[in-house]
Design a protein around this ligand. Structure first.
Ligand code: PYC
Length: 314
């Protein structure tokens, strides 16, 4: 038997894909997005895997389940996931979701609120392909922490939250080039493993699952900094990473290198750029990240009950 229940729309934000389930997704109840994420994980993880893992997906694919919001005044709820699990927030994915909702005729240009498992974020859709997200409050937890990495030596970086946990490294000695992504991936994986095995975590023992390496931009005309971001799993972010840029902005503010309202342009390893700035509210750093996204596929998901890999290659 072949089911065709689910409809997906794919988009990419600065080269990083988002696959949004816009219809026929699992019923996760009517709780908060955090509660629904838990239900997704416990009861429907095979759907996550079937959509983003091979043979239908790939390691780089980020999934988004479009949900009814708890507050009917909000535009939507969303749960993000990838090849290995779930994301609290996803900046490129939220920009992709906004562009997708516009394509579907569900939102107009202007401001909208989206519910995520880590809180509400605001989206401003400036045009059919350009959006700003006002992210959750971001902060640096620890500055200059040194970790011993097997085969590499001592690496010093900062731990910061931008909706996900990041370890941000400036002086890594690696060549920041798209031709070098295999080596950047190996380096970042070793670093992430070392953080985990040495018990270096985010707040309340939360896993640091994103690594962010920085270098100079390809041109100061286009950006202020370039980054390589390793996502949970082994895929790198083709975009400058919305939550990673938020974590970077929080560090810059903490170091007195970025003022409220000042623009920071973060370039990805493939050259796409997000613009970021912060507002300071009640001592909290609230980043706004602007980027461009494009829809590029609408499809019906076919699931053959006899397919041995219908739930993906795990
Ligand atoms: O843009 O926040 C982001 C993100 C997280 C993982 C992949 N992209």
């Amino acid at each position: 038997m072949i089911s065709d229940r689910m409809t997906i729309i794919d988009s990419h934000t600065g080269g990083e894909p988002t696959r949004t389930i816009v219809d026929g997704g699992p019923n996760l109840g009517s709780g908060s997005m955090a509660d629904r994420l838990e239900a997704f994980q416990q009861k429907f993880d095979h759907i996550r895997s079937s959509l983003v893992n091979e043979p239908r997906g790939s390691d780089v694919m980020v999934g988004a389940l479009l949900c009814e919001p708890v507050n009917s005044e909000n535009a939507a709820g969303v749960i993000f996931f990838n090849n290995v699990g779930y994301l609290g927030m996803c900046g490129h994915g939220t920009i992709g979701l906004a562009v997708t909702l516009y394509y579907m005729g569900k939102i107009d240009l202007g401001r909208h609120t989206i519910e995520t498992p880590v809180g509400e974020v605001e989206v401003e859709l400036h045009s059919p392909n350009k959006a700003s997200i006002r992210n959750v409050a971001s902060y640096r937890l620890t500055k200059n922490i040194t970790v011993e990495v097997e085969g590499i030596g001592s690496v010093t970086g900062d731990i910061a939250w931008g909706g996900n946990w990041f370890f941000l490294v400036q002086g890594h000695g690696q060549t920041m080039s798209v031709d070098n992504v295999s080596q950047l991936t190996r380096y970042s994986e070793s670093l992430r493993n070392a953080l985990e095995s040495q018990g270096i975590t985010g707040k309340n023992g939360q896993l640091i699952d994103h690594i962010e390496l920085f270098g100079p931009p390809t041109s100061t005309e286009v950006a202020d900094s370039q980054s390589f971001v390793l996502c949970p799993g082994s895929a790198y972010d083709r975009s400058p990473c919305g939550t990673g840029t938020s974590a970077k902005l929080a560090c810059l503010v903490a170091d007195g290198k970025l003022q409220e309202g000042q623009i920071w342009r973060q370039q990805s390893i493939i050259g796409s750029v997000f613009e970021g700035s912060v507002a300071i509210q009640q001592d909290q750093i609230i980043p706004t990240i602007t980027g461009e996204a494009y829809v590029n596929l609408k499809a019906q998901v076919l699931t053959d009950s006899t397919d041995p890999f219908k739930f993906g290659i795990k």
